[in-house]
Design a protein around this ligand. Structure first.
Ligand code: G4F
Length: 328
């Protein structure tokens, strides 16, 4: 019998890599998505439409799919946007987690089945950090409505584990990127702009805080860690990170350097892209995941920057051919 996985946020970056990973392992893959208009669709998976802010059909979906594993990746995941949409972010990213946990709990009670649950927790929860590198025991100090919602969801996941014996795990994932990363996140914004600048399609790149430091890894590596957590004998919480920290400036160096350009000729610092409160420095220690799950990242910071840049250069070349032929 095939194992069955249900993924919220299936059409996002992580959802698409996880779908491919699970199909490769011969899972039957189902996903929950709020709309059809954007994202990555894998035709070997089945999509069910539901909004995490409206839990009415979540229980029906869980009852009909009968998943062995649920990967809860769906969220309003943009930190800066969360300052503009704090209530929506709390509802989708925070309470949305309770809605899906509750649907699974009711399903388990009703059917006697066991469902394993993965919560996409975030390094943003560390916020104003109290130690470095950050581990599973580092206290949280969230610095955005998004991070507050993620802290709430983190504790709900532990609460369902402790109160009802649910097999529920938090993966505390540090920033993870890829050519499928949304264009509003800083790495992809930089690789797209650099490729377009290289081909003369764009003249400048407007960014916010260049001094922020992040622990950036490759999303394709990180979905394996999600799966490993749910295969372990005990549910637990794990930091998943690259173990390195780099500034936005260093990412610019890698990307523009790869294209033989100097970013200082093109980057304009624009207050528009600063946040009301910033997370200055994130650096994860994935020692527990390595020890217990046997997981470690494969793609380095430099390789990640180059993979993303090369991908966006191909896209920019296509755009240029169309532009040269007057097609918009
Ligand atoms: O790429 P970012 O928007 O990612 P951020 O805020 O670290 O959050 C991402 O990673 C989290 C994991 O730690 C996830 F939970 C979350 O959902 C999301 O995926 O920004 C990275 C840094 C920030 O310090 C930001 O201020 O880059 C800085 N930055 C500078 N200029 C910019 C820009 N960020 C964006 N998005 N756009 C800019 O123009």
């Amino acid at each position: 019998m095939k194992r069955v996985a249900l993924i919220t946020g299936i059409t996002g970056q992580d959802g698409s890599y996880l779908t491919e990973f699970l199909l490769e392992k011969d899972y039957e893959v189902h996903g929950i998505s709020p709309c059809t208009s954007h994202g990555f669709f894998n035709h070997d998976s089945t999509i069910h439409f539901a909004d995490l802010a409206d839990g009415t059909n979540l229980r029906e979906i869980v009852d009909s799919v009968k998943p062995d594993e649920v990967y809860h990746l769906g969220a309003q995941s943009h930190v800066k946007l969360s300052f503009e949409l704090p209530v929506r972010t709390a509802d989708v990213t925070g309470v949305g987690t309770t809605r899906i946990l509750n649907a699974i709990h009711e399903h388990q009670q009703h059917t006697g089945r066991q469902v394993r649950f993965y919560q996409a927790s975030s390094s943003e929860m560390y916020g104003k950090i109290v130690e470095s590198p950050q581990t599973e025991t580092t206290p949280f100090h969230p610095r955005s409505p998004y991070a507050c919602a993620k802290v709430y969801a983190y504790w709900q996941t532990i609460n369902y584990r402790e109160a009802y014996g649910m097999f529920a795990c938090n993966g505390i994932l540090f920033n993870h990127e890829s050519p499928r990363r949304g264009q509003a996140f800083v790495t992809r914004k930089i690789t797209q702009a650099a490729a377009r600048i290289k081909l003369g399609l764009q003249k400048e790149l407007r960014l916010g805080n260049l001094d922020a430091k992040r622990d950036w890894g490759f999303a394709g590596d990180y979905v394996e860690a999600m799966w490993l957590m749910l295969q372990h004998s005990e549910p637990d919480d794990y930091v998943i990170a690259s173990g390195e920290t780099h500034s936005v400036r260093e990412f610019l160096d890698e990307v523009f350097g790869h294209l033989d350009l100097d970013w200082q000729d093109y980057v304009v610092v624009d207050p528009e892209f600063f946040r009301p409160s910033e997370v200055d420095h994130l650096h994860g220690d994935f020692g527990k995941a390595r020890r217990v799950l046997g997981w470690e990242p494969k793609v380095s910071f430099r390789e990640l920057a180059q993979i993303m840049t090369d991908h966006d250069l191909v896209a920019a070349k296509k755009e240029k051919v169309l532009a040269d032929h007057g097609v918009e």
